[in-house]
Design a protein around this ligand. Structure first.
Ligand SMILES: Nc1ncnc2c1ncn2[C@@H]1O[C@H](COP(=O)(O)OP(=O)(O)O)[C@@H](O)[C@H]1O
Ligand SMILES: [Mg+2]
Length: 372
């Protein structure tokens, strides 16, 4: 808790009257601010601010800063509730800066504090291959930065599908890392509650929460857990209320402009047709090709704390055919690391990899006896 006490709310002077603004200054479309703190510290503490309601923050921000001319790197000081509290301008559109108007859109960049924890440390570069999906993510990011140019052609509901372990969840994490907007990640299995109505309520609440922090992204992982085609529903029990709640949101019956829903599944063919038809685009995650597998091996070999320089990874391109990104990481590299640690070695050799791969090929159903 901060010991800094806030001034009682000041009635601020009338909003700056329209000043004479040179005509050649462009109006800013959006400004991204980062809360910095007070220029001087009192008792060594500083205040951390965050925003739950972005619409409200926009009104607040425009009220005090309309007519200011700013550019990236400059500071805006709060003149209202927490006088002298500094916000740094970390991004504007247009890039070269300009005039804050009543239509400028503000966003506060803060450490994300969503209920749905997301490990935010994956960059797009660390998702190997999957170029179509990455391209789509870039479009989504462009839209979130500048929704106006998209108008009614905004991206909305997108389905990621493909074999398990090909990077669907990984790409969601990268998207969360690389974009400034909130990303709500939910696993569809978590929506199946003990009582009928639990799941649909959670969906409504999720979209309501998202609605207060627009623009933002909702990622529904493993959507087949709830949106199963009716012919398979006996597997999961009755989830029709969840399906209906989701359909309502995907249709945008509520004002869902600025909320992008991405869903992921390993089994698109098992999806409920009504749900499936709501996705404007289905993007396939491909099994990694030769080049991708080499890159995946390089990526993760580079991350392990042992010496791997004696390994010629090119030899393993062919040997790992048919393996997914997850297989390579979890079934080849991880066991190799564990084996080396167990044997007190500080390096991994090709023969270690060969032993593991042979065992994998040999008895698929057998548990691995790597240390025998
Ligand atoms: N294309 C890829 N590039 C890099 N690593 C990958 C890739 N695909 C899978 N992995 C690795 O496998 C793990 C599991 O993948 P994940 O994204 O959970 O697969 P999916 O959600 O498609 O089943 C990832 O966390 C990552 O370590
Ligand atoms: Mg997944």
């Amino acid at each position: 808790m901060s010991r800094i006490t806030l001034n009682t709310i000041k009635i601020k002077p009338n909003i700056a009257e329209l000043q004479d603004v040179p005509e050649d200054i462009t109006a800013l479309k959006y400004v991204i601010l980062e809360p910095i703190g007070f220029p001087i510290n009192i008792n060594g503490e500083n205040l951390k601010v965050s925003v739950d309601n972005h619409d409200l923050f926009n009104v607040y921000a425009r009220d005090q800063w309309a007519n200011e001319v700013i550019k990236e790197g400059e500071y805006l000081f709060d003149g209202t509730l927490i006088p002298d509290y500094a916000f740094k301008v970390i991004n504007t559109h247009p890039k070269e800066g300009g005039l804050i108007t009543r239509n400028t859109f503000f966003k506060l960049k803060t450490a994300r504090t969503h209920d749905n924890k997301l490990v935010k440390n994956v960059k797009f570069d660390e998702v190997i291959g999957q170029n179509e999906a990455k391209k789509k993510c870039k479009i989504i990011m462009k839209y979130l930065e500048n929704p106006e140019i998209f108008g009614e052609w905004a991206p909305k509901n997108i389905l990621f599908y493909g074999a398990p372990g090909t990077g669907k969840t990984l790409l969601a994490r990268a998207l969360a890392t690389e974009t400034d907007v909130p990303l709500y990640l939910i696993k569809a299995t978590e929506l199946i509650g003990d009582h009928v109505g639990d799941g649909s309520k959670q969906i409504q609440e999720l979209y309501e929460k998202a609605s207060s922090s627009k623009p933002c992204i909702i990622f529904i992982d493993e959507i087949d857990a709830i949106a199963l085609s009716r012919q398979y529903q006996s597997l999961r029990g009755d989830v029709s209320e969840i399906v209906n709640a989701l359909l309502t949101e995907l249709d945008g019956i509520h004002d869902n402009d600025g909320i992008i829903t991405i869903a992921a599944t390993n089994n698109p063919d098992m999806l409920d047709n009504a749900i499936r038809s709501r996705f404007e685009e289905e993007i396939k995650f491909e099994a990694p090709n030769d080049e991708d597998r080499l890159k995946i091996m390089k990526l993760y070999m580079g991350k392990i704390p042992l010496n791997t320089k004696n390994i010629n990874l090119k030899k393993y391109v062919e040997k790992t055919k048919g393996m997914s990104g997850r297989d390579i990481k979890e079934k080849l590299i991880k066991p190799a690391l564990h084996k080396a640690i167990l044997e007190d070695k500080n390096s991994i050799e090709e023969k270690d990899l060969d032993i593991i791969l042979n065992k994998l090929k040999g008895g698929k159903k057998e548990p691995l006896h790597l240390y025998a």
